[in-house]
Design a protein around this ligand. Structure first.
Ligand code: C2E
Ligand code: CA
Ligand code: CA
Length: 587
């Protein structure tokens, strides 16, 4: 076994003469092979010393006598195997006991192999070599895993920074701000204010002085605003010349006033950029937290609306969002009863969006997307009702309806000869947390008779991270049924991407928002390319969502993305149209 560094072998035996025999037998073999220094032997006379000396000798294999006074060989073996850092160290028991029960005891204690006494050169060498070979393979695997883990960590840290930070100003990003608001809402903490700030006529600066100066001005503004930040509050850049504060412990307009005055004040003196003196003003829109907010986007949207109202009134204006809350609440209530009724009347149908191989543009499968066939309103988009269903728990029965339709439909298509097609079905956070999830899925599979290997469940990053340990357990159960798991909207959650490699995933779906703006923003382009290489490293298939243009397709292909979906290929289609437009052409 030629190697640059000699293998370290630790012999543990209360009888020193046994060590000498082993040493001789191993060295005869070495000389015969013309290899010097292949093994470096160490000797200790009892179990306790053996355990203590592991760090010092760093053995690659242990030859361990079974019968020793004090700690027996079996006990030594058990102890060593219980130490995480030595768990994989091969141990060969050396024993004069040869009946089956004794050997069984050795293996039960964790031994990897045994040699019977008296030891012969042939057997000793063969067993030592085979253990060392295994040891080397383990080590190679461990090194590989370490390297993989390291690159994944690096990539995910890069991604996290890109996603949570604004590239120009290093302030927080919109995604990070939304996450912070979501946390407050989840904690039922409503005494906060969202202060949305948009510079007046910023475009003039860009066209008069160029983008370079424009960017420096943004940096200067960001710097001034940052000085107003109290500990624990957040300042994000949410658009080109738009900034947004999230302030804690503000429960009235009056409490906020001093802060607003400071913000306006910070625009009074001019900004000196590139030897130019530039005066800038800003309009401010404010939304105060209240219990009716359910989604993080809502307060941000309200603050944005207020800011637009302010703009209509002129420059340097501040406007608080005036809530017609009762109207919104009423809408929500009627929607809820409507949805319950719709579920009873089976008004929900699955539409199917083709997923294609980006190289060949051949059809690979579908994503099922639910539509509400409203008796008077026509087809209603899921964005209008999924949040409400999620909140009321109606999403659980709805999810089963969609899963049932999608599995039944795919089976029908398989039976028509399209046996390679897969079906992706969305699973919401609430469904993922439902205690009946696995039983529900089993029932649907049993009722439809679909082969689960063609089913993919799409789970958002946030559902995975909400309770990672439970998620891993459920996913293991799903994988044992051969169901594939995709991470949906990948890149939009941010909290701990770094644990991604712990989940038994199959696909990563790049969120539409990154794909659609790949060309407008260098940052989105980088995010897409980082996600693709991350998927590559983890051995996951990457699926791009929302591909609308040839240009996007070409870039995705260039970056090595395998699968995709989007209006460039097809919108979500009814089952009928799928058969006419997609399947008939295939056979
Ligand atoms: P999603 O899972 O991210 O689904 C992709 C959305 O992008 C779909 O919106 C699809 O119609 C849309 N889309 C696909 N290609 C393009 C494109 O090229 N351009 C643009 N602009 N959009 C594209 P849709 O059908 O409105 O569904 C919205 C969301 O509602 C889905 O987002 C998903 O989160 C949720 N949803 C839909 N059906 C279900 C369901 O059965 N169960 C659950 N839990 N959620 C569902
Ligand atoms: Ca999806
Ligand atoms: Ca998605």
């Amino acid at each position: 076994m030629p190697t640059s560094q000699p293998f370290s072998i630790l012999v543990v035996d209360d009888e020193p003469s046994n060590f000498e025999v082993i040493e001789t037998l191993l060295s005869i073999e070495e000389t015969a092979l013309g290899e010097t220094q292949a093994y470096q032997l160490h000797y200790v006379a009892n179990g306790a010393t053996a355990v203590e000396s592991l760090e010092l000798f760093q053995p690659d294999v242990i030859l361990l006598d079974v019968m020793m006074p004090g700690m027996s060989g079996l006990e030594v073996c058990q102890r060593i195997k219980a130490m995480p850092q030595w768990r994989l160290l091969p141990i060969i028991m050396v024993t004069s006991l040869t009946d089956k029960a004794d050997l069984a005891r050795c293996f039960a204690a964790g031994a990897d192999d045994f040699i019977s006494k008296p030891v012969t050169g042939l057997e000793l060498n063969a067993r030592v070599r085979s253990m060392l070979r295994i040891r080397r393979q383990y080590q190679a695997l461990a090194n590989f895993n370490n390297r993989l883990e390291k690159t994944v960590q690096e990539r995910t840290t890069q991604l996290q920074t890109m996603i949570t930070q604004d590239g120009l100003t290093q302030l927080s990003s919109r995604a990070f701000l939304l996450q912070q608001i979501a946390e407050m809402l989840r904690a039922q903490c409503f005494s906060f204010a969202v202060v949305y700030l948009d510079c007046d006529q910023f475009k003039l600066v860009n066209s008069a002085f160029g983008h370079g100066v424009g960017n420096q001005l943004l940096l200067a503004i960001a710097g001034r605003l940052q000085q107003l930040l109290r500990p624990g509050d957040t300042l994000a850049r949410v658009g080109e010349d738009e900034f947004c504060f999230l302030l804690h412990q503000i429960d009235s307009e009056r409490a906020l006033q001093p802060f607003i005055d400071q913000v306006l004040q910070s625009f009074v003196s001019s900004f000196e950029v590139d030897n130019c003196e530039i005066f800038m003003t800003a309009c401010i829109g404010i939304a105060l937290g209240n219990w009716a907010y359910q989604q993080a986007e809502e307060p941000l949207q309200d603050a944005d609306t207020a800011m637009y109202k302010a703009k209509q009134r002129g420059k340097n204006v501040c406007q608080v969002f005036d809530r017609q809350m009762s109207v919104a609440m009423l809408k929500r209530l009627t929607l809820e009863t409507d949805l319950q009724r719709a579920l009873n009347h089976q008004e929900f149908v699955a539409y199917y969006q083709p997923i294609v191989n980006l190289h060949t543009e051949a059809l690979c499968g579908f994503e099922a997307l639910v539509r509400w066939q409203h008796p008077s309103r026509g087809l209603v988009s899921p964005n209008e009702f999924i949040p409400c269903m999620e909140e009321t728990g109606l999403i659980v029965p709805l999810g089963i309806v969609v899963l049932h339709q999608a599995c039944g439909q795919l089976l029908a298509w398989h039976q028509q000869g399209h046996t390679d097609l897969t079906m992706s079905v969305n699973l919401s956070v609430r469904q993922f947390a439902s205690p009946t999830l696995l039983a529900d899925i089993d029932q649907v599979l049993a009722e439809t008779g679909l082969n689960p290997a063609y089913l993919k469940l799409e789970i958002t990053e946030s559902a995975l991270l909400e309770n990672a340990e439970t998620a891993i357990g459920i996913m293991a159960q799903l994988r044992s049924r051969q169901i594939h798991i995709s991470v949906d909207d990948f890149g939009t959650g941010y909290s701990s991407l770094s644990s991604l490699h712990r989940f038994p995933l199959c696909d990563l779906k790049i969120d539409r928002s990154f794909v659609s703006q790949m060309h407008e923003s260098q940052r989105n382009f980088k995010i897409v390319s980082t996600i693709i290489s991350l998927g590559d490293q983890l051995g996951l298939t990457v699926v791009a969502e929302g591909i609308e243009t040839r240009q996007q397709l070409e870039h995705l292909l260039h970056l090595g993305c395998q699968l995709g979906q989007g209006y460039l290929f097809n919108q979500p289609l009814s089952a009928n149209i799928v058969e006419i437009d997609c399947l008939n052409r295939r056979l």
